[in-house]
Design a protein around this ligand. Structure first.
Ligand code: PLP
Length: 498
């Protein structure tokens, strides 16, 4: 038995005897022994559709009406989807960019699993290796490349700490990053002397995907001209300040051609887009489980490339920051020295997953939410929510003009389900006080929950303070009309001091 098998075995030990739900160790290590039966998107991915289960089972599976999802029109499918959520009907929640909401059946199983563990503290719900194996194909990667993390921040911090970087190395990033990326980057700068170089991003509707390639390419060239060694590109896609999607594949192509690594802050991408990590050609992705993917708080999706098929660059050395399995098994534990081929011998995901007792019910709830997404069809969800966002943008432009938008509008490579705009008659773009007042009044007087952001502008000067609307799978066109009508009404009132 290798150390990896012993590790997986130890993970499964607790609860296995009692629950009788164990799976062979090879299954947990390889993640390939899950059955192939299923329907809809799950089957297409080779992910078995979970059986609808007795009430004391770990998961309720996906709701029965999804068995015919392929035959449902968009309208009736998303009407049913909407009813699958427990969101307060007195308000319309449109701030998924901050955090999402668990579907009803996921919440029920989550509650039951918490109870199960309270009754039998050795229960492990089948173990995290099986959970990782279940969701990995849904994100287009292998089980040994996936970690169920605590959230995006954790994935960002762990990635930036995991790669060996030193003084003279440079990371190219953007001026629109969230603190989840900015903080660990600043730590690298201050602690290890790594140069952190932000490119200045465009804002608004006048931009193209190739602008981003040019900006990053120029920054790499400038860094080299300064004698620095660019090692990584770290960027959000989409950004949280404007909702602009960055062209991940194009940027990965650039990185590969330059021999440097890519880290995507995908806080908003997981659950919003139909992601294929291998297809994107990236090295690392830190995403959220609790935002657009609508799993519980304290969950995230973290990808660490562990093969050279999707990206030919040699795997970077990767040291786990927080782990139980660096030296305790001794002997034949693979050293993360960058020589990680063949990946079948080295489960970098497990290496980074194992760091003490996990929150099994939360991780299982994330799996259940992922299964729900995949059964609905991740591409269908993406189309639905981008369609709603597109409609929101059209209505904004109709009333306030193109100059109100702080996000791209028509370029499919750059749009996301986050819509940012300034209701120009209500407040000046830089007026943070009025912008915050707008958010509060939209919630308290009209029942729409959105947020505002603070956007560094390419021309410099004070940040702009747009509103940001999230449109998700439980929304429909009436919700979009509702929030835009409310924003128009409020803006007209604020314009006359009411
Ligand atoms: C772009 C971006 N990255 C990271 C985060 C942090 O997310 P999490 O709560 O999953 O750590 C956020 C949160 O809003 C975000 O918008």
């Amino acid at each position: 038995m290798t150390d990896w098998e012993r590790l997986a075995a130890s993970e499964q030990q607790d609860g296995k005897e009692e629950s009788g739900r164990g799976t062979s160790r090879r299954t947990f290590l390889k993640g390939t022994a899950l059955g192939a039966a299923g329907a809809g998107g799950l089957a297409a991915l080779g992910v078995p559709k979970p059986a609808r289960a007795e009430t004391d089972d770990l998961s309720e599976g996906t709701p029965g009406w999804l068995d015919n999802a392929d035959r449902l029109s968009e309208r009736s499918l998303f009407r049913k989807v909407r009813r699958a959520f427990v969101l307060d009907r007195n308000t319309t929640y449109m701030n998924i960019g901050t955090t999402g909401s668990m579907p009803r059946h996921v919440l029920r199983a989550y509650r039951r699993n918490n109870r199960l563990i309270a009754e039998n503290p050795r229960e492990n719900l089948g173990g995290t290796s099986a959970m990782r194996a279940r969701i990995a194909p849904q994100f287009g990667c292998n089980a040994d490349e996936l970690v169920i993390s605590g959230n995006t921040t954790e994935g960002m911090c762990m990635t930036l700490n995991g790669v060996t970087l030193e003084a003279g190395d440079a990371i190219i990033t953007t001026n629109h990053e969230h603190p989840a990326g900015r903080a660990p980057l600043a730590l690298l700068r201050d602690r290890r002397g790594v140069a952190v170089i932000p490119v200045t991003l465009p804002v608004g509707t006048e931009q193209s995907a190739f602008d981003y390639v040019d900006l990053f390419a120029q920054a790499i060239a400038d860094a080299r001209a300064r004698g620095l060694n660019p090692r990584m590109m770290a960027f959000s896609a989409p950004t949280f300040v404007t909702g602009t999607m960055l062209p991940i594949r194009l940027l990965a192509d650039l990185a590969i051609s330059e021999g440097i690594y890519t880290l995507v802050d995908g806080a908003h991408a997981s659950g919003m887009f139909d992601l294929d990590f291998h297809g994107l050609g990236i090295d690392f992705f830190a995403g959220s489980g609790h935002k657009w993917q609508c799993g519980p708080g304290g969950t995230g999706v973290w990808y660490i490339r562990n093969q050279t098929d999707s990206n030919p660059l040699p795997l970077p050395a990767f040291y786990p920051t927080r782990t139980l399995v660096y030296d305790v098994f001794g002997g034949d534990v693979p050293v993360p020295d960058g020589d990680r081929e063949p990946s079948s011998d080295y489960d970098v995901g497990l290496f980074n997953q194992s760091h003490g007792n996990p929150n099994y019910p939360a991780n299982q709830a994330l799996v259940d939410s992922c299964d729900f997404w995949t059964a609905i069809g991740r591409l269908r969800i993406e189309d639905h929510i981008l369609g709603l966002s597109d409609y929101a943008k059209a209505r904004i432009v109709d009333y306030w003009g193109l100059e109100a938008l702080r996000c791209p509008k028509d370029d499919p490579a750059l749009v996301s389900a986050l819509t940012s705009f300034v209701p120009l008659n209500a407040f000046a773009p830089t007026d943070g006080t009025r912008s915050s007042e707008f958010v509060t009044r939209l919630r308290e007087e009209y029942g729409f929950v959105v947020r505002n952001t603070s956007v560094p502008m390419p021309q410099g000067g004070p940040n702009h303070r747009p509103l940001r609307i999230s449109t998700h799978l439980f929304h429909d066109l009436d919700d979009v009309d509702g929030v835009i009508d409310a924003a128009i009404d409020l803006s007209e009132r604020m314009a006359v001091g009411a």
